[in-house]
Write a protein that binds this ligand. Structure first.
Ligand code: V47
Length: 361
C-alpha cells in the first residue's frame, strides 16, 4: 500500500463502508489530513449531523496510592508524586453532595491501585452514593482496578463484577487499556492488567447487559501500527458483545513521569488518529475527543474529524492534570456550550448512556 492508486482504492473502500484491515488502517495515515477528515466527517454527519454530545459530570479520584508502576503516570504517589492521599467515604460523599447540587448527572470514579484499601472501601463508597442519590449514574472501576482487586484479594473477575452491580455501579469507564500490543505494554506498565484480561473483563461486563467505554493512550512510544492493532482488537470484541458506547483516544501528557519520549504527536497526527478511529470503528457509535488530553481547542476542531463527543464539564480532574493537562478545575457549563456552538455544532447534553437530555439550539 502507499502508491497513489492504492490510496485511491482505499478512499473508495471507505466511501463504500467496507471494513478495513490492519494494513489498510495503517495506510489511512498516508492520506492528507483534509481527505481523511472529510471521510470521517461524512460518517459522523450521517449518524449525528452537527450534534456534539457532552454530559455534566464530576470526576473523583479517591486515592493516588498505587501498587502498580506505569511509566506514563504522574498521578500515582508511589512514583514522583510525594503527596499521598486517600479519601474517606465522608469526603467522597461531600464532593458528591456539592456536585449533585451543581447539576452533575454522572460521577466518574477512578482510583489508583491502593493495597491499603480493601474491596469494602471501594464498594462501600459506591453503595453510599447510590443510596443517597439513586438517580446519579456511577461510572466506576476500570478493568485495571478490577484486575488489581482480584490479584490483591484472591477473588475472581465475576465476583468483583457481582459486587459492583450489587453496590450500584452503572457503567465501566474505559481506562487501563493503554496500548494492547504486548511488547509496548510490557515496557509501559508491566504487571498491570494484560490486554487479553482487559478485553475479557469488558466482555464479562457486557455479558451482564452492562455498557462500558474503551480508551487508547497514544502519542508516546507506540507505532501507528500499534494504534491500528489496538483499535481492531476493540472492533473484534464489539462485534461479539456490542457493549462499548464510546472510544476515547487519550493523548499522552508528558510531565512529571518516568517515560522518556522523543517525538510528541503533532495536532495533525492527533486529528488523523481521531479520524481513523471513526473510520475503522464502524461498530462503536461514539468517538470522544477528550478535551482534557487534546486541549479544548483541538477537541473543538476534532468535531470536524469524526468526533461527536467531548466528554463533559468534569469539575475536577487529577490524573492527566498531574501530567501537565490544563484540566484540574474542569470547565464551566456556559463556556463549554458556547464554545461548541460558536464552532458551528449543536451542543447536546446527554446522560451517561447517550440518551439526549437537552439540546442547546
Ligand atoms: O487509563 C494516565 C490515562 C486513564 C496519563 O471512560 C494518561 O469515559 C495521558 O480512562 N497522559 C484514566 N493519559 C482516564 C480514563 C478516562 C478519561 C475520561 C473518560 C473516560 C471514559 C475514561 O488516564 C488511564 C491512562 O491511560 N493516563 N497517565 C498521561 N500521562
Amino acid at each position: 500500500m502507499g502508491d497513489m492508486m492504492n490510496l485511491v482504492n482505499l478512499v473508495e473502500k471507505v466511501k463504500n463502508k467496507e471494513r478495513l484491515t490492519q494494513k489498510e488502517g495503517e495506510a489511512l495515515y498516508e492520506l492528507d489530513l483534509y481527505t481523511l477528515g472529510e471521510l470521517a466527517d461524512d460518517i459522523r454527519q450521517e449518524r449525528f449531523g452537527k450534534k456534539s454530545y457532552f454530559n455534566i459530570n464530576r470526576h473523583i479520584n479517591p486515592t493516588n496510592i498505587c501498587a502498580d508502576i506505569c511509566k506514563f503516570c504522574a498521578y500515582s504517589a508511589s512514583r514522583k508524586n510525594p503527596n499521598q492521599y486517600t479519601m474517606s467515604h465522608e469526603e467522597i460523599l461531600t464532593i458528591v453532595d456539592n456536585s449533585y447540587k451543581l447539576g452533575a448527572k454522572e460521577i466518574h470514579i477512578v482510583s489508583a491501585h491502593n493495597p491499603n484499601d480493601g474491596v469494602d472501601w471501594y464498594m462501600g463508597a459506591f453503595r453510599k452514593i447510590k443510596e443517597k442519590y439513586p438517580s446519579l449514574h456511577i461510572k466506576a472501576m476500570t478493568a485495571a482496578e478490577i484486575d488489581f482487586l482480584t490479584r490483591e484479594y484472591g477473588i475472581s473477575y465475576d465476583e468483583v463484577i457481582d459486587l459492583m452491580i450489587e453496590n450500584g455501579v452503572d457503567s465501566m469507564p474505559g481506562g487501563g487499556a493503554e496500548i494492547f500490543d504486548e511488547t509496548v505494554r510490557e515496557y509501559l506498565c508491566k504487571g498491570k492488567v494484560t490486554s487479553s484480561q482487559w478485553l475479557d473483563i469488558h466482555r464479562k461486563w457486557h455479558e451482564r447487559g452492562r455498557e462500558s467505554n474503551a480508551t487508547m493512550l497514544f502519542g508516546h512510544i507506540e507505532s501507528r501500527a500499534d494504534r491500528i492493532d489496538h483499535i481492531l482488537r476493540l472492533r473484534t470484541l464489539q462485534d461479539e458483545t456490542g457493549g462499548f458506547n464510546a472510544f476515547i483516544p487519550l493523548v499522552y501528557q508528558r510531565e512529571n513521569n518516568f517515560l522518556k519520549v522523543k517525538d510528541f504527536p503533532t495536532g495533525q497526527e492527533i486529528l488523523k488518529t481521531y479520524a481513523i478511529s471513526r473510520i475503522l470503528l464502524d461498530n462503536i457509535a461514539h468517538i470522544k475527543a477528550y478535551w482534557v488530553t487534546a486541549s479544548i481547542n483541538l477537541a473543538l476542531i476534532a468535531q470536524e474529524f469524526g468526533c461527536d463527543d467531548l466528554d463533559g464539564t468534569i469539575e475536577k480532574e487529577s490524573i492527566q492534570s498531574s501530567a501537565g493537562a490544563k484540566s484540574a478545575n474542569g470547565m464551566g457549563l456556559d463556556d463549554f456550550v458556547n464554545m461548541i456552538k460558536s464552532g458551528g455544532f449543536t451542543p447536546v447534553e446527554r446522560d451517561s448512556l447517550y440518551n439526549e437530555l437537552k439540546i442547546y439550539e
